[in-house]
Design a protein around this ligand. Structure first.
Ligand SMILES: Cc1cc2nc3c(=O)[nH]c(=O)nc-3n(C[C@H](O)[C@H](O)[C@H](O)COP(=O)(O)OP(=O)(O)OC[C@H]3O[C@@H](n4cnc5c(N)ncnc54)[C@H](O)[C@@H]3O)c2cc1C
Length: 509
């Protein structure tokens, strides 16, 4: 039996950052992780000497004095990890059939690069930049400031799609597409990297804006793998007296009302952890299924377990022959149509409708790629036939399914990168089941709970629950992604320590 002040379930980025903050503040913290490798989406894997990222391909606002850099300075990460800034004039290349557009860093540069393709859209680009800057200023934690009013609500109830559609001179998106037979509309280009938030007609304006703003501010790759982030955090947590235990899957959560410790957590192998506080870094719906029915109100339980999740992904991890494929210091998004808003719900018949290609960053001044990752959406129901299987034991039909899909995806990719197939040395493939089993997200969902501007309050999960001393953190509160989860960890720990107190410490580095 293990006793702690605080047990954190899951060692994803959110769990590790909370562990860092609270162990630094003197709490006896234990992070319990079900996998052998901690980090959740920060996990990497190595095959034949090549290291692959699984859930962090690039991160935003890491430039000097930018938001994530300021938060990560407090977490002691900035001087421990090497970052590679993506190309200033094009960190994302967005392609629709034959046309390609650069998404650039720095707001002036961003506008001037796109103005070369859309000379009549200066007003629209100015409006776009002004709006995403206004959205960010309505979320003061994105500027390390204490939230004062609730201006953010204004943007959580607006649609990202409607906003982009109305920017352009031709407001109707279908008309825009019809009018621009040979030229993609600006609104589609601005949504061209919406895989970053699984863009759909439900996406709220604030999600699209906070994410786009952070990447336009400064877009970086982690050189050598994002597992370094979890390793650095774990070393700091240990030096601050905290503990990270792997290979322990929590399966039951109970309360002990009359004892010194309030919570009892049990693993699948019967190991017991007791604590005064619990932070769950795993999906809220999964967390609730581990509790006895009377631990939360039925209405809360019903709301949380009925929330929709973002769709999942199908990913190819390619190691390429030495000197055979260039290292691209940008990400490449390709779309088969000019409407990127329906791709996350793609049907099997039309699959794949898009892909994101990203080369791994291993060394400074890299000329050739060692690894290439190709991501696209995939719905869980495509693999539902194997949902009761486990990693490595899914059978030959599953292997055939993966190979057939990989071939289809590679066919699409070779339209834009004809030399890639010949450059491939080896290939690994992941499906929604892989993510479900490695990160514990329901149905392998890319980014957890799907935010919906029609129902912003219904799809919001607060870090503080009605159970005293029980909290949530991670991508399902606040926002997904490295920046969203980092700010979410501060919001969660702010509930415990006082947000003003914690922010002052972070502001001071
Ligand atoms: C394919 C993909 C690409 C992405 N690319 C980017 C990107 O380029 N940039 C970016 O900023 N973001 C990206 N993201 C999003 C980002 O990786 C995530 O939002 C973020 O890492 C989630 O962190 P988290 O703290 O919520 O925890 P998670 O990473 O979800 O980790 C949760 C942890 O809990 C553990 N766990 C689950 N159940 C239990 C249990 N019962 N007991 C114990 N432990 C348990 C899991 O094993 C896991 O380690 C990507 C995500 C995916 C899936």
């Amino acid at each position: 039996m293990h006793k702690f002040d605080i047990v954190i379930i899951g060692s994803g980025l959110g769990g590790l950052l909370c562990g860092y903050i609270l162990s630094k503040e003197g709490f006896n913290v234990c992070i319990v992780e079900k996998q052998s490798q901690p980090g959740g989406n920060l996990q990497t894997f190595t095959r034949h000497g090549h290291k692959f990222e699984t859930g962090v391909h690039y991160i935003g606002s890491l430039g000097p004095n930018q938001t994530l850099a300021r938060y990560w300075s407090y977490f002691g990460l900035m001087d421990k990890i090497q970052f590679q800034q993506l190309d200033l004039d094009c960190f994302d290349r967005v392609a629709f059939n034959e046309e390609e557009f650069p998404i650039a860093q720095g707001f002036e540069n961003f506008a001037s690069q796109l103005l070369r393709y859309f000379p009549n859209e200066k007003q629209a680009l100015d409006d776009y930049i002004r709006t995403i800057q206004e959205v960010v200023s309505s979320f003061p934690l994105y500027n390390l400031e204490l939230p004062k009013d609730h201006r953010e609500h204004h943007y959580t109830t607006q649609s990202a799609f409607d906003f982009l559609q109305n920017l352009s001179r031709t407001p109707n998106f279908k008309l825009q597409i019809a009018n621009f037979k040979s030229q993609t509309p600006l609104s589609a280009v601005l949504a061209g990297n919406n895989y970053l938030y699984a863009g759909s007609h439900f996406s709220p304006l604030h999600v699209a804006s906070l994410i786009s703003h952070s990447f336009i501010s400064g877009a970086y790759r982690i050189m050598g793998g994002s597992d370094q982030v979890s390793q650095a955090l774990i070393a700091s947590i240990a030096s601050q007296g905290g503990t990270v235990i792997t290979r322990r899957e929590i399966s039951k959560i109970g309360q002990l009302p009359h004892l010194q410790q309030k919570f009892i957590l049990e693993t699948t192998t019967g190991e017991i952890f007791m604590s005064n506080m619990v932070i769950s870094n795993i999906h809220p719906a999964k967390t609730l299924t581990m509790m006895p029915p009377d631990m939360v109100r039925p209405a809360y339980h019903k709301r949380i377990v009925s929330l929709q999740n973002t769709t999942s992904s199908f990913i190819l991890y390619l190691s390429v022959k030495p000197g055979s494929f260039p290292y691209l210091n940008y990400n490449y998004y390709y779309h088969t149509s000019r409407d990127p808003w329906n791709e996350s719900a793609v049907s099997e018949k039309n699959w794949p409708e898009m892909f994101l290609l990203s080369t791994g960053c291993h060394i400074p001044d890299q000329k050739y790629a060692e690894t290439v990752t190709i991501l696209t959406y995939m719905r869980f129901d495509e693999v539902a036939g194997w949902e009761n299987t486990t990693i490595g034991r899914r059978g030959p039909e599953y292997q055939d399914f993966k190979n057939e899909k990989a071939e289809r995806l590679l066919q699409l990719v070779s339209l834009k990168f004809p030399g890639l197939s010949a450059a491939i040395d080896r290939m690994e493939i992941s499906t929604p089941l892989t993510y479900r089993d490695y990160t514990g997200t329901p149905d392998g969902s890319l980014y957890g709970i799907r935010k919906n501007f029609h129902e912003p309050l219904l799809t919001a999960v607060m870090p503080k629950t009605k159970i005293p001393d029980f909290y949530f953190t991670g991508q399902n509160i606040n926002l997904h992604g490295v920046l969203g989860v980092t700010i979410g960890s501060v919001v969660t720990c702010g509930e415990i320590l006082g947000l003003e107190y914690l922010l002052k410490k972070i502001q001071n580095g």
